[in-house]
Design a protein around this ligand. Structure first.
Ligand code: CO8
Length: 258
């Protein structure tokens, strides 16, 4: 039984499918939805039967942003006391692979939620954008930072200043998304990819994620130090022994996640 009100989760063959579930308001993200996402992602991280998370939205949008009704009358002090970005930060600490299946519009906080995914698969119907400027505000959950890291300052400013939408094709060309897929095949193809990753040794997948993430934040020397430590660390795993012995013995490895 689904224990959440604003999201829905199912686990199939080691993949957790997390769906934003407010289609009547284009999956507008309220604070409780963020709390539920934090809880669901943490539960996936702690569940040995889950190897990857696929995040998607129900209905015609992925998410049309933060819930404007919930925010409209907030004072700066309300926002400070609520400190909802601290919850948001938890999502970015998820250790298992998070793959977004972006089924439609991803705007504002919805685009920011997409950008916390490790990889993005989308359809040609999807569009991405930061319309906050038209509401008298600006992105607040990492949008100015994340988008700029991917597409550079000039293009980021153009789109965040105007609120114009980025098409799926453009998003593919600029490296915002990994693949553009026909709408009817989006989930099938995303799950297929997630299953491929799920078959790999989980510790390796986890430490690869950590190392690649740090490549964006650390100077090269620090990043390489971390990579090396993670490389050494994997030699303490049973899966390293199994992987290398299986190669030498010309058989398929049986990974255990230990
Ligand atoms: N908040 C609340 N309700 C919304 C939102 C939203 N962001 N977006 C759509 N809805 C509701 C509409 O009010 C409407 O409800 P109702 O049927 O009761 O009138 C329903 O969803 C369907 O929407 P529309 O009728 O408007 O559908 P259209 O196809 O005509 O238009 C649009 C789709 C273009 C997406 C339009 O709905 C729109 O412009 N939505 C607002 C987009 C926006 O400005 N997003 C940015 C919000 S601010 C933000 O995200 C700040 C992020 C800060 C971090 C947050 C961390 C959680």
């Amino acid at each position: 039984m689904n224990k959440y009100s604003y999201i829905e989760t199912t686990v199939v063959d080691g993949i957790a499918i997390v769906e934003l579930n407010r289609p009547e308001v284009l999956n507008a993200i309220n604070h409780n939805m963020v709390l539920e996402l934090v809880d669901a992602f943490r539960a996936c991280d702690e569940n040995d039967h889950v190897q990857a998370i696929v995040l998607t939205g129900k209905g015609r949008a992925f998410a049309a942003g933060a819930d404007i009704g919930e925010m409209a009358e907030a004072s700066p002090m309300d926002l400070e006391l609520l400190d909802q970005f601290a919850d948001w930060d938890q999502l970015m600490k998820t250790r298992k692979p998070v793959i977004g299946a972006i089924n439609g519009l991803a705007l504002g906080g919805g685009f920011e939620l997409a950008l916390i995914c490790d990889m993005l698969f989308t359809t040609d119907k999807a569009q991405f954008g930061f319309p906050e400027v038209n509401l008298g505000v600006m992105p607040g959950a990492g949008g100015t930072q994340q988008l700029t890291k991917i597409i550079g300052k000039r293009k980021a400013l153009e789109y965040i200043w105007t609120g114009d939408k980025i098409s799926a094709e453009q998003a593919l060309e600029w490296g915002i998304v990994n693949r553009v897929i026909a709408p009817e095949l989006l989930m099938e193809e995303t799950l297929k990819f997630a299953r491929t990753v799920a078959k790999k040794p989980p510790l390796g997948v986890r430490l690869i994620k950590e190392s690649v993430q740090k490549a964006e934040d650390y100077p090269l020397e620090e990043g390489m130090k971390l990579e090396r430590k993670n490389f050494y660390l994997l030699f303490s795993s049973e899966d390293q022994k199994e992987g290398m012995h299986a190669f030498i013995e010309k058989r398929n490895p049986q990974f255990k996640g230990k």
